[in-house]
Design a protein around this ligand. Structure first.
Ligand SMILES: Cc1cc2nc3c(=O)[nH]c(=O)nc-3n(C[C@H](O)[C@H](O)[C@H](O)COP(=O)(O)O)c2cc1C
Length: 356
């Protein structure tokens, strides 16, 4: 076998990653009224660190008690109890030799009133997704167009949640700007129809993300990591290209690259797919316009696909293989023949059955 890039160390800010493999963020919907994940869900993250992952991302943690939530049983990280619940988990991940990063998001128009204590649904524009909510079978409600007050308030939610993560000891935080959730809704002309300073031109559509990154960066000590996740697809209306073309996407990557970010995490269904009608993949198109480390995710399932994905990226993330195979990192190292897992296999993530 050729020398492995996948198992070579990587200098990531003030860390040296032991390999290039991370656990992708995975929502588990296990939190009760206290917005604290079930203990077995927390233990799962520690086990993945003990079994060789170099980075462990948390599930997407929602940023407020009013309108951020999009699924039942999501976690928050703003109360002392929530912080205290995560602190030993973070410590155990670090003691196992991995870097722990908290991902946070606001669902925007993909939220629904019943799961949000204040029952409010907000988005850049009062346009709901075409698709019905798969969990309720009902159409998504038409969201309220966010006021300037709403925008400032939501940014504050990201800041408070980042502070919670820092207090809990996380090595870094990620702003979830992917998958058609709120930050992504502002970036994309598909969902952002505003004609104020937050809509219209690329720079205006980027403004909300910029303000979040700036505000969050202020509460993150210099030695902690700040990453941003991006995708050209969303969890609803999945057929839509959120950026529409390569130059629009690359302009957003250029703007992100001017921020105090430590990596851009690119999420795809399948990292090998050519993007925007070009003969280049998403990671390659990202790499063309940024010097930041690139993380890539999407159907990386064995040693060969992992090494291949690193041709245009520094770090690979896996969701389904990490979820379903506790020994995945070792199996990859040994070059075992491994399966590509289907989406419905991942439904075990949302059951009460503890995962090995
Ligand atoms: C159970 C499950 C939950 C997920 N939750 C999140 C999430 O909270 N945040 C996020 O950015 N992506 C989430 N994803 C998407 C994954 O991080 C990843 O981008 C996607 O599954 C493709 O990677 P894979 O082919 O390795 O599974 C989730 C995926 C799965 C399977």
């Amino acid at each position: 076998m050729n020398p492995s890039v996948l198992f070579s160390p990587f200098p990531f800010k003030n860390h040296t990653l032991r390999n290039r493999i991370g656990v992708a963020p995975m929502t588990r919907m296990s939190s009760q009224h206290d917005s604290i994940p079930r203990q077995d869900v927390l233990d799962f993250l520690v086990r993945r660190a003990q079994n060789g992952a170099a980075i462990v991302y948390t599930e997407a943690i929602v940023t407020d008690y009013e309108s951020a939530q999009g699924y039942p049983g999501q976690a928050r990280l703003v109360t002392q109890r929530q912080i205290d619940a995560w602190r030993p988990v973070v410590r155990a991940i670090q003691e196992a030799g991995a870097v722990a990063i908290m991902q946070m998001f606001h669902c925007g128009r993909v939220g629904w009133p019943e799961v949000n204590p204040a029952g409010r649904i907000i988005a850049p524009s009062p346009v709901s997704p075409r698709q019905k909510n798969p969990l309720t079978g009902s159409p998504y409600p038409i969201p309220d167009e966010m006021s300037i007050f709403d925008i400032a308030h939501v940014i504050q939610g990201f800041v408070e949640t980042a502070r919670g993560a820092i207090d809990a000891g996380f090595d870094g935080v990620e702003i979830h700007g992917a998958h058609g959730y709120l930050v992504s809704q502002f970036l994309s002309p598909y969902s952002n129809k505003r004609n104020d300073g937050y809509g219209g031109s690329t720079e205006n559509r980027y403004r909300f993300a910029h303000e979040i990154v700036q505000a969050v960066a202020k509460v993150i000590p210099d030695n902690r990591l700040l990453t941003f996740r991006i995708s050209d697809w969303g969890v609803v209306d999945m057929d839509v290209s959120l950026f529409g073309n390569k130059s629009e996407y690359q302009e957003i990557i250029r703007l992100l690259s001017r921020e105090r970010l430590d990596a851009i995490s690119v999420s795809t269904y399948d990292f090998t797919k050519m993007a925007f009608g070009t003969d280049k993949r998403m990671a390659g198109i990202t790499r063309e316009v940024t010097d930041l480390p690139v993380m890539i995710c999407g159907k990386i399932y064995d040693r060969a696909s992992g090494e291949e994905a690193l041709r245009d990226a520094e770090i690979v993330l896996s969701a389904k293989s990490m979820l379903l195979n506790p020994n995945w990192v070792e199996d990859v190292r040994e070059g075992k023949v491994l399966p590509v897992h289907k989406s419905d296999e991942a439904n075990v993530a949302y059951t009460e059955k503890p995962l090995p």
